[in-house]
Design a protein around this ligand. Structure first.
Ligand code: SAM
Length: 373
Protein backbone atom coordinates (compact mmCIF):
# COMPACT_ATOMS: atom_id res chain seq x y z
CA UNK A 1 0.00 0.00 0.00
CA UNK A 2 1.33 3.44 -0.91
CA UNK A 3 1.53 6.04 1.82
CA UNK A 4 0.03 9.30 0.66
CA UNK A 5 1.63 12.39 2.10
CA UNK A 6 -1.42 14.04 3.70
CA UNK A 7 0.23 17.47 3.61
CA UNK A 8 0.09 17.43 -0.16
CA UNK A 9 -3.52 16.24 -0.42
CA UNK A 10 -6.05 18.86 0.60
CA UNK A 11 -9.09 16.76 1.45
CA UNK A 12 -10.13 18.74 4.49
CA UNK A 13 -13.75 19.87 4.53
CA UNK A 14 -13.96 23.30 6.08
CA UNK A 15 -17.30 24.44 7.47
CA UNK A 16 -18.30 27.92 6.34
CA UNK A 17 -19.14 29.37 9.74
CA UNK A 18 -22.42 30.46 8.15
CA UNK A 19 -25.08 29.96 10.80
CA UNK A 20 -27.75 32.04 9.06
CA UNK A 21 -28.65 35.69 8.79
CA UNK A 22 -28.72 38.09 11.74
CA UNK A 23 -31.83 36.81 13.58
CA UNK A 24 -34.32 38.36 15.98
CA UNK A 25 -36.21 40.02 13.11
CA UNK A 26 -33.13 41.91 11.82
CA UNK A 27 -32.96 40.11 8.47
CA UNK A 28 -36.70 40.46 7.87
CA UNK A 29 -36.49 44.21 8.57
CA UNK A 30 -33.57 44.70 6.20
CA UNK A 31 -34.51 42.57 3.22
CA UNK A 32 -36.58 44.91 1.06
CA UNK A 33 -33.88 44.88 -1.69
CA UNK A 34 -34.12 41.08 -1.82
CA UNK A 35 -37.88 41.31 -2.34
CA UNK A 36 -37.32 43.56 -5.37
CA UNK A 37 -35.04 40.88 -6.84
CA UNK A 38 -37.61 38.16 -6.19
CA UNK A 39 -40.59 40.14 -7.49
CA UNK A 40 -38.84 40.65 -10.82
CA UNK A 41 -38.76 36.90 -11.63
CA UNK A 42 -41.75 35.53 -9.75
CA UNK A 43 -44.01 36.17 -12.79
CA UNK A 44 -41.88 33.64 -14.75
CA UNK A 45 -43.12 30.98 -12.40
CA UNK A 46 -46.67 32.30 -12.16
CA UNK A 47 -46.93 32.10 -15.95
CA UNK A 48 -46.15 28.37 -15.91
CA UNK A 49 -48.24 27.21 -12.94
CA UNK A 50 -51.19 26.28 -15.15
CA UNK A 51 -48.99 23.66 -16.83
CA UNK A 52 -48.22 21.83 -13.57
CA UNK A 53 -49.51 18.22 -13.74
CA UNK A 54 -51.91 18.70 -10.81
CA UNK A 55 -54.34 15.99 -11.93
CA UNK A 56 -51.58 13.38 -11.48
CA UNK A 57 -50.99 11.93 -8.00
CA UNK A 58 -52.75 12.51 -4.71
CA UNK A 59 -51.94 14.31 -1.48
CA UNK A 60 -50.88 17.93 -1.20
CA UNK A 61 -49.56 20.17 -3.94
CA UNK A 62 -46.20 21.00 -2.43
CA UNK A 63 -44.11 24.15 -2.81
CA UNK A 64 -40.65 24.32 -1.21
CA UNK A 65 -38.43 27.36 -0.76
CA UNK A 66 -34.74 26.85 0.07
CA UNK A 67 -32.90 29.55 2.05
CA UNK A 68 -36.04 30.99 3.67
CA UNK A 69 -34.21 32.89 6.45
CA UNK A 70 -36.71 34.55 8.83
CA UNK A 71 -39.47 33.99 6.34
CA UNK A 72 -40.95 37.33 5.35
CA UNK A 73 -39.98 37.05 1.68
CA UNK A 74 -40.46 33.26 1.64
CA UNK A 75 -44.05 33.56 2.90
CA UNK A 76 -44.79 36.27 0.33
CA UNK A 77 -43.51 33.99 -2.45
CA UNK A 78 -45.82 31.20 -1.28
CA UNK A 79 -48.75 33.62 -1.11
CA UNK A 80 -48.21 34.41 -4.80
CA UNK A 81 -47.87 30.74 -5.78
CA UNK A 82 -50.98 29.64 -3.90
CA UNK A 83 -53.17 32.46 -5.15
CA UNK A 84 -52.18 31.52 -8.72
CA UNK A 85 -52.85 27.79 -8.23
CA UNK A 86 -55.79 27.33 -5.86
CA UNK A 87 -58.38 27.71 -8.62
CA UNK A 88 -56.68 24.96 -10.63
CA UNK A 89 -57.16 22.09 -8.18
CA UNK A 90 -59.16 20.86 -5.17
CA UNK A 91 -56.07 19.33 -3.61
CA UNK A 92 -54.66 20.69 -0.33
CA UNK A 93 -51.41 22.68 -0.35
CA UNK A 94 -48.22 22.27 1.65
CA UNK A 95 -45.64 25.05 1.85
CA UNK A 96 -42.17 24.03 2.99
CA UNK A 97 -39.67 26.62 4.17
CA UNK A 98 -36.10 25.37 4.48
CA UNK A 99 -32.83 26.82 5.68
CA UNK A 100 -29.77 25.77 7.66
CA UNK A 101 -30.46 24.01 10.98
CA UNK A 102 -28.86 27.00 12.75
CA UNK A 103 -31.21 29.55 11.12
CA UNK A 104 -33.45 31.57 13.45
CA UNK A 105 -36.89 30.12 12.63
CA UNK A 106 -38.86 31.93 15.33
CA UNK A 107 -40.10 34.76 13.06
CA UNK A 108 -40.92 32.26 10.33
CA UNK A 109 -43.23 30.27 12.58
CA UNK A 110 -44.89 33.43 13.89
CA UNK A 111 -45.26 34.68 10.32
CA UNK A 112 -46.83 31.42 9.16
CA UNK A 113 -49.56 31.46 11.80
CA UNK A 114 -50.24 35.04 12.86
CA UNK A 115 -53.24 35.13 15.25
CA UNK A 116 -53.23 31.32 15.27
CA UNK A 117 -54.47 31.13 11.65
CA UNK A 118 -52.61 30.20 8.48
CA UNK A 119 -50.96 33.25 6.89
CA UNK A 120 -52.45 31.99 3.62
CA UNK A 121 -56.01 32.52 4.88
CA UNK A 122 -57.18 29.00 4.04
CA UNK A 123 -57.60 25.70 5.85
CA UNK A 124 -56.41 24.04 2.65
CA UNK A 125 -52.87 25.24 3.26
CA UNK A 126 -50.49 23.62 5.75
CA UNK A 127 -46.89 24.74 6.27
CA UNK A 128 -43.70 23.19 7.60
CA UNK A 129 -40.06 24.08 8.07
CA UNK A 130 -37.09 21.80 7.39
CA UNK A 131 -33.59 22.51 8.68
CA UNK A 132 -30.76 21.24 6.50
CA UNK A 133 -28.32 22.23 3.79
CA UNK A 134 -29.96 22.84 0.42
CA UNK A 135 -26.99 21.01 -1.15
CA UNK A 136 -28.42 17.79 0.30
CA UNK A 137 -31.65 16.03 -0.52
CA UNK A 138 -34.05 17.09 2.25
CA UNK A 139 -37.45 15.92 1.02
CA UNK A 140 -38.90 12.59 -0.18
CA UNK A 141 -38.35 11.57 -3.79
CA UNK A 142 -40.98 12.76 -6.24
CA UNK A 143 -42.82 14.93 -3.70
CA UNK A 144 -42.38 18.59 -4.79
CA UNK A 145 -44.33 20.48 -7.47
CA UNK A 146 -42.42 23.75 -7.31
CA UNK A 147 -39.03 24.47 -5.73
CA UNK A 148 -37.57 27.96 -5.38
CA UNK A 149 -34.43 29.54 -4.02
CA UNK A 150 -33.79 33.28 -3.76
CA UNK A 151 -30.58 35.08 -2.81
CA UNK A 152 -29.18 31.93 -1.21
CA UNK A 153 -27.32 29.69 -3.66
CA UNK A 154 -24.33 32.08 -3.54
CA UNK A 155 -23.53 30.80 -0.03
CA UNK A 156 -20.87 28.16 -0.53
CA UNK A 157 -21.29 24.75 1.08
CA UNK A 158 -17.78 24.92 2.47
CA UNK A 159 -14.66 27.09 2.58
CA UNK A 160 -12.46 25.65 -0.16
CA UNK A 161 -9.47 27.66 1.13
CA UNK A 162 -8.40 28.15 4.70
CA UNK A 163 -7.22 31.71 4.01
CA UNK A 164 -7.97 34.51 1.60
CA UNK A 165 -5.24 36.94 2.64
CA UNK A 166 -6.04 39.83 0.28
CA UNK A 167 -9.76 40.54 0.60
CA UNK A 168 -12.96 39.59 2.45
CA UNK A 169 -14.80 38.02 -0.51
CA UNK A 170 -13.81 35.37 -3.10
CA UNK A 171 -14.85 37.67 -5.98
CA UNK A 172 -12.24 40.25 -4.97
CA UNK A 173 -12.48 44.04 -4.88
CA UNK A 174 -14.10 46.31 -7.44
CA UNK A 175 -11.85 47.28 -10.36
CA UNK A 176 -12.41 50.91 -9.49
CA UNK A 177 -11.25 50.72 -5.87
CA UNK A 178 -8.86 47.74 -6.10
CA UNK A 179 -8.59 47.86 -2.31
CA UNK A 180 -7.26 44.32 -2.00
CA UNK A 181 -6.52 41.28 -4.17
CA UNK A 182 -7.59 37.74 -4.98
CA UNK A 183 -5.19 35.72 -7.13
CA UNK A 184 -6.27 33.90 -10.31
CA UNK A 185 -5.67 30.52 -8.73
CA UNK A 186 -7.75 31.48 -5.68
CA UNK A 187 -10.53 32.69 -8.01
CA UNK A 188 -10.54 29.39 -9.90
CA UNK A 189 -10.89 27.39 -6.70
CA UNK A 190 -13.94 29.39 -5.63
CA UNK A 191 -15.51 29.24 -9.09
CA UNK A 192 -15.12 25.46 -9.03
CA UNK A 193 -16.67 25.24 -5.56
CA UNK A 194 -19.63 27.34 -6.74
CA UNK A 195 -20.11 25.08 -9.76
CA UNK A 196 -19.96 21.91 -7.62
CA UNK A 197 -22.49 23.45 -5.22
CA UNK A 198 -24.88 24.38 -8.01
CA UNK A 199 -24.65 20.84 -9.36
CA UNK A 200 -25.30 19.37 -5.90
CA UNK A 201 -28.35 21.62 -5.50
CA UNK A 202 -29.74 20.68 -8.91
CA UNK A 203 -29.16 16.97 -8.26
CA UNK A 204 -30.90 17.11 -4.87
CA UNK A 205 -33.90 19.01 -6.27
CA UNK A 206 -34.14 16.65 -9.26
CA UNK A 207 -34.67 13.81 -6.78
CA UNK A 208 -37.41 15.72 -4.94
CA UNK A 209 -39.33 17.25 -7.86
CA UNK A 210 -42.13 15.45 -9.67
CA UNK A 211 -41.83 15.08 -13.43
CA UNK A 212 -43.14 18.37 -14.85
CA UNK A 213 -42.29 20.21 -11.61
CA UNK A 214 -40.74 23.67 -11.77
CA UNK A 215 -37.54 25.02 -10.25
CA UNK A 216 -36.81 28.76 -10.05
CA UNK A 217 -33.25 29.69 -9.04
CA UNK A 218 -32.39 33.35 -8.45
CA UNK A 219 -29.32 34.76 -6.80
CA UNK A 220 -27.30 37.98 -6.49
CA UNK A 221 -24.68 38.07 -9.22
CA UNK A 222 -22.71 39.97 -11.79
CA UNK A 223 -22.51 40.89 -15.44
CA UNK A 224 -19.39 41.91 -17.41
CA UNK A 225 -19.99 45.54 -16.42
CA UNK A 226 -21.47 45.39 -12.92
CA UNK A 227 -21.25 43.30 -9.80
CA UNK A 228 -23.59 43.42 -6.80
CA UNK A 229 -20.66 42.83 -4.47
CA UNK A 230 -18.56 45.84 -5.48
CA UNK A 231 -19.63 48.70 -3.18
CA UNK A 232 -20.82 46.47 -0.34
CA UNK A 233 -17.73 44.38 0.12
CA UNK A 234 -15.27 47.18 -0.62
CA UNK A 235 -16.91 48.91 2.34
CA UNK A 236 -16.80 45.86 4.59
CA UNK A 237 -13.16 45.26 3.62
CA UNK A 238 -12.23 48.88 4.37
CA UNK A 239 -14.03 48.77 7.73
CA UNK A 240 -12.33 45.53 8.80
CA UNK A 241 -8.95 46.81 7.58
CA UNK A 242 -9.43 50.01 9.60
CA UNK A 243 -9.66 47.84 12.72
CA UNK A 244 -6.58 45.85 11.65
CA UNK A 245 -4.72 49.16 11.46
CA UNK A 246 -6.05 50.16 14.90
CA UNK A 247 -4.68 46.86 16.28
CA UNK A 248 -8.16 45.52 17.21
CA UNK A 249 -7.85 42.67 14.69
CA UNK A 250 -4.60 40.78 14.01
CA UNK A 251 -3.40 40.36 10.44
CA UNK A 252 -3.66 36.55 10.91
CA UNK A 253 -7.37 36.89 11.77
CA UNK A 254 -7.88 39.16 8.74
CA UNK A 255 -6.12 36.66 6.44
CA UNK A 256 -8.34 33.81 7.59
CA UNK A 257 -11.57 35.81 7.45
CA UNK A 258 -13.67 35.85 4.32
CA UNK A 259 -17.37 35.64 3.57
CA UNK A 260 -17.93 32.21 1.95
CA UNK A 261 -20.16 33.70 -0.72
CA UNK A 262 -19.73 33.67 -4.50
CA UNK A 263 -21.32 36.12 -6.94
CA UNK A 264 -22.03 34.26 -10.20
CA UNK A 265 -22.43 35.35 -13.77
CA UNK A 266 -25.36 33.95 -15.74
CA UNK A 267 -23.00 31.55 -17.52
CA UNK A 268 -21.77 30.26 -14.18
CA UNK A 269 -25.35 29.78 -13.01
CA UNK A 270 -26.27 27.55 -15.95
CA UNK A 271 -22.92 25.85 -16.73
CA UNK A 272 -23.44 22.81 -14.43
CA UNK A 273 -26.45 21.84 -16.57
CA UNK A 274 -24.27 21.22 -19.59
CA UNK A 275 -21.09 20.06 -17.87
CA UNK A 276 -21.14 16.31 -18.53
CA UNK A 277 -19.26 15.68 -15.26
CA UNK A 278 -22.48 16.37 -13.34
CA UNK A 279 -24.94 14.21 -15.33
CA UNK A 280 -27.70 16.83 -15.26
CA UNK A 281 -28.43 17.05 -18.99
CA UNK A 282 -31.24 14.49 -18.91
CA UNK A 283 -32.87 15.83 -15.75
CA UNK A 284 -34.06 19.32 -16.67
CA UNK A 285 -35.13 21.55 -19.51
CA UNK A 286 -33.93 25.12 -19.20
CA UNK A 287 -36.96 27.33 -19.88
CA UNK A 288 -35.69 30.82 -19.24
CA UNK A 289 -32.60 32.69 -18.04
CA UNK A 290 -31.77 36.33 -17.40
CA UNK A 291 -29.42 38.68 -15.64
CA UNK A 292 -31.15 41.84 -14.49
CA UNK A 293 -30.83 44.85 -12.27
CA UNK A 294 -33.47 46.10 -9.85
CA UNK A 295 -33.53 49.46 -8.08
CA UNK A 296 -32.51 49.39 -4.42
CA UNK A 297 -35.20 50.98 -2.21
CA UNK A 298 -32.77 52.74 0.18
CA UNK A 299 -30.63 54.02 -2.72
CA UNK A 300 -33.71 55.44 -4.45
CA UNK A 301 -34.80 57.13 -1.20
CA UNK A 302 -31.35 58.66 -0.79
CA UNK A 303 -31.44 60.03 -4.35
CA UNK A 304 -34.66 61.83 -3.38
CA UNK A 305 -34.03 63.02 0.17
CA UNK A 306 -30.18 63.23 0.26
CA UNK A 307 -30.36 62.13 3.90
CA UNK A 308 -26.85 60.67 4.24
CA UNK A 309 -27.32 59.51 7.85
CA UNK A 310 -30.37 57.50 6.96
CA UNK A 311 -28.73 56.12 3.81
CA UNK A 312 -25.65 54.98 5.75
CA UNK A 313 -27.76 53.30 8.46
CA UNK A 314 -29.94 51.47 5.92
CA UNK A 315 -26.99 50.49 3.71
CA UNK A 316 -24.92 49.10 6.58
CA UNK A 317 -27.88 47.35 8.26
CA UNK A 318 -28.64 45.75 4.90
CA UNK A 319 -25.25 44.07 4.59
CA UNK A 320 -24.84 43.53 8.33
CA UNK A 321 -27.91 41.24 8.16
CA UNK A 322 -26.09 38.78 5.90
CA UNK A 323 -22.43 39.21 6.89
CA UNK A 324 -22.52 39.42 10.68
CA UNK A 325 -22.74 35.70 11.51
CA UNK A 326 -19.54 34.80 9.62
CA UNK A 327 -17.63 37.89 10.79
CA UNK A 328 -18.57 37.12 14.40
CA UNK A 329 -17.33 33.54 13.96
CA UNK A 330 -14.02 34.79 12.52
CA UNK A 331 -13.20 37.13 15.43
CA UNK A 332 -11.45 35.64 18.46
CA UNK A 333 -13.69 34.90 21.45
CA UNK A 334 -12.96 37.73 23.83
CA UNK A 335 -15.27 39.67 26.18
CA UNK A 336 -14.99 42.70 23.87
CA UNK A 337 -16.10 40.79 20.76
CA UNK A 338 -19.70 42.13 20.70
CA UNK A 339 -18.33 45.70 21.02
CA UNK A 340 -15.78 45.13 18.27
CA UNK A 341 -18.46 43.78 15.97
CA UNK A 342 -20.59 46.88 16.57
CA UNK A 343 -17.58 49.12 16.03
CA UNK A 344 -16.74 47.51 12.68
CA UNK A 345 -20.22 48.23 11.34
CA UNK A 346 -20.12 51.72 12.90
CA UNK A 347 -16.81 52.30 11.08
CA UNK A 348 -18.49 51.18 7.86
CA UNK A 349 -21.15 53.86 8.39
CA UNK A 350 -18.49 56.50 9.01
CA UNK A 351 -16.51 55.52 5.89
CA UNK A 352 -19.65 55.48 3.78
CA UNK A 353 -20.73 58.91 4.98
CA UNK A 354 -17.25 60.34 4.32
CA UNK A 355 -17.13 59.05 0.70
CA UNK A 356 -20.49 57.68 -0.47
CA UNK A 357 -19.34 57.74 -4.11
CA UNK A 358 -16.65 55.13 -3.29
CA UNK A 359 -19.28 52.53 -2.40
CA UNK A 360 -22.00 52.49 -5.07
CA UNK A 361 -24.50 49.68 -4.67
CA UNK A 362 -26.07 48.19 -7.82
CA UNK A 363 -28.31 45.19 -7.34
CA UNK A 364 -27.71 42.61 -10.10
CA UNK A 365 -29.38 39.19 -10.12
CA UNK A 366 -29.02 36.09 -12.24
CA UNK A 367 -31.91 33.67 -12.55
CA UNK A 368 -33.07 30.53 -14.34
CA UNK A 369 -36.35 28.65 -14.59
CA UNK A 370 -36.19 24.90 -15.12
CA UNK A 371 -38.65 22.07 -15.64
CA UNK A 372 -37.97 18.61 -14.24
CA UNK A 373 -38.12 16.19 -17.16
C1 SAM B 1 -29.70 36.43 1.97
S1 SAM B 1 -30.66 35.18 2.76
C2 SAM B 1 -32.00 35.03 1.62
C3 SAM B 1 -33.32 34.88 2.31
C4 SAM B 1 -34.55 34.92 1.40
N1 SAM B 1 -34.54 33.81 0.46
C5 SAM B 1 -34.62 36.24 0.66
O1 SAM B 1 -34.35 36.25 -0.56
O2 SAM B 1 -34.89 37.26 1.28
C6 SAM B 1 -29.72 33.71 2.44
C7 SAM B 1 -30.21 32.50 3.22
O3 SAM B 1 -29.52 31.34 2.72
C8 SAM B 1 -29.30 30.51 3.84
N2 SAM B 1 -28.28 29.51 3.53
C9 SAM B 1 -26.95 29.69 3.40
N3 SAM B 1 -26.35 28.51 3.14
C10 SAM B 1 -27.34 27.58 3.08
C11 SAM B 1 -27.37 26.18 2.85
N4 SAM B 1 -26.25 25.48 2.59
N5 SAM B 1 -28.57 25.55 2.88
C12 SAM B 1 -29.71 26.23 3.13
N6 SAM B 1 -29.74 27.57 3.35
C13 SAM B 1 -28.57 28.23 3.33
C14 SAM B 1 -28.90 31.47 4.94
O4 SAM B 1 -29.01 30.86 6.22
C15 SAM B 1 -29.90 32.59 4.71
O5 SAM B 1 -31.06 32.44 5.48
Amino acid sequence: MTNIDQDTVDTQRRPTGMTGMAGGGFYDSNSAPQWEQIAAVLPWLEDTLSSLPLERGSGPVTFADFGCSEGRNSISVMRHLISNTNQLTDRPFLTIHSDLPTNDYSKLFLGLRPDGQSAFGSQRVSSAAIGGSMYDQLLPPNSIHVATTFNSIGYLSERPLDKLPGYVLPNGPSKRRANGFVTDSESQIFARQAEDDMAAFLTARANELISGGKLLVQVFGCTDEMRTCDGLFDLLNDAVQAHVELGDISSQVYERYYQPVYFRSLDELTSPLTNSAYNLVDLYTLDRTESYEVPVPFVETYKQDKDLDRYATNYVNFFRAFTQAVLRGALPDTPSKPDLLNQIYKTAETLLKANPEDYPFRNISVAMLLTRK
